[in-house]
Design a protein around this ligand. Structure first.
Ligand SMILES: C[S@@+](CC[C@H](N)C(=O)[O-])C[C@H]1O[C@@H](n2cnc3c(N)ncnc32)[C@H](O)[C@@H]1O
Length: 304
């Protein structure tokens, strides 16, 4: 990356910190505060001391907001890009937040409650695992299961392979799992772990979602499952969290869950391939897509 490009990306990242919803919310709060003070003070000459700086701050906030939105619309391609996007700190902030709410343990317990025991699974693949921290933690808990993590983006600081945790360190596109698993000689996949990953990215497009799930279907073993996040997004908590968000701490999720993004895109083709079950536990809710046997799959399509 040359210096010019570096500066450009840095500018996008900095600008994004002041942008979007949180900025609009800050402006609203500021106006509400001034209106409240105005109500208390009334319009006297003395109160000009307050109103003039307030008007000045207001103009700065609105100008920054408009400038930022225009700039980002023109320049920013993928804010979630793990290395260069403006949300590049997303993974670690989310990981810390999930640690606080004991996300991995609660999801594991939910799976067990519904009769799914990771201890009985031979291979778990996380195709968009980013740094692979969750997967490595799980691999320590289940030493007889092999956990593979990989990602489309080449990450410089992902977890390293160790014991039954293997990070496939090449750019691997989840749309071509069957091709790359052959290359790595992975013969069996029992669980696809796709938390705010590829499915989340592809949900906007029903054809991509169907193509991706068809690829997952083709590589999963019989009785194989896909696990995705499925919490209900709370916009009020999101705005509050955006307002008090710091660079080091996350108070709530900044985006809706994978399941809520794909819920309306689950067409007949997908429902012929998978049974979908929701396992609810607040922010740790998940959806499990269980592979249907081929025979009933055929049967279902004949009936249509
Ligand atoms: C928001 S991160 C989520 C990471 C992780 N699953 C987690 O639980 O935090 C989404 C990841 O999906 C990856 N991704 C997007 N499209 C992909 C694709 N077609 N194949 C593999 N990874 C992809 C991105 O590079 C990014 O690292």
């Amino acid at each position: 990356m040359d210096e010019q490009e570096g500066k450009h990306l840095w500018r996008i990242v900095r600008l994004h910190e002041f942008s979007h919803f949180s900025n609009a919310a800050k402006i609203l709060c500021f106006v509400a505060l001034i209106l409240l003070i105005t109500h208390e003070l009334g319009y006297t000459r003395k109160s000009l001391v307050l109103y003039l700086p307030a008007a000045f701050i207001f103009i700065i906030l609105v100008t920054t907001y408009v400038k930022t939105e225009t700039y980002l619309k023109k320049n920013e391609k993928d804010p979630y890009h793990p290395e260069i996007g403006s949300k590049r700190t997303w993974y670690d902030l989310n990981y810390e937040f999930n640690k606080k709410i004991k996300w991995t343990e609660r999801v594991d317990a939910l799976l067990k409650l519904s009769g799914i025991h990771l201890i009985e699974k031979e291979v778990v693949l996380s195709p968009s695992g980013n740094k692979g921290k969750y997967e490595k933690n799980l691999s320590k808990k289940y030493p007889n299961t092999t956990f593979y993590a990989t990602d489309f983006s080449l990450l410089s600081n992902h977890e390293t392979s160790e014991g039954n945790f293997i990070y496939l360190n090449q750019s691997n596109d989840a749309f071509h799992i069957s091709a790359y698993t052959k290359q790595y000689d992975i013969k069996k996949i029992d669980v696809i772990w796709d938390i705010k990953g590829v499915i989340w990215y592809q949900a906007q497009n029903i054809d991509d979602l169907t193509a991706l799930l068809t690829e997952y279907y083709s590589v999963l073993s019989d009785n194989g499952i896909i696990v995705i996040d499925a919490y209900k997004f709370n916009i009020f908590k999101n705005v509050l969290s955006e307002l008090i968000n710091s660079k080091k701490t996350r108070y709530y999720y900044h985006e809706e869950s994978t399941y809520s993004r794909i819920r309306d895109n689950l067409n007949d083709e997908i429902l012929q391939m998978f049974d979908i079950r929701l396992l609810e536990d607040g922010l740790c809710s998940i959806a499990v897509l269980s592979k249907k046997p081929k025979a009933s799959n055929l049967h279902a399509s004949e009936a249509i």
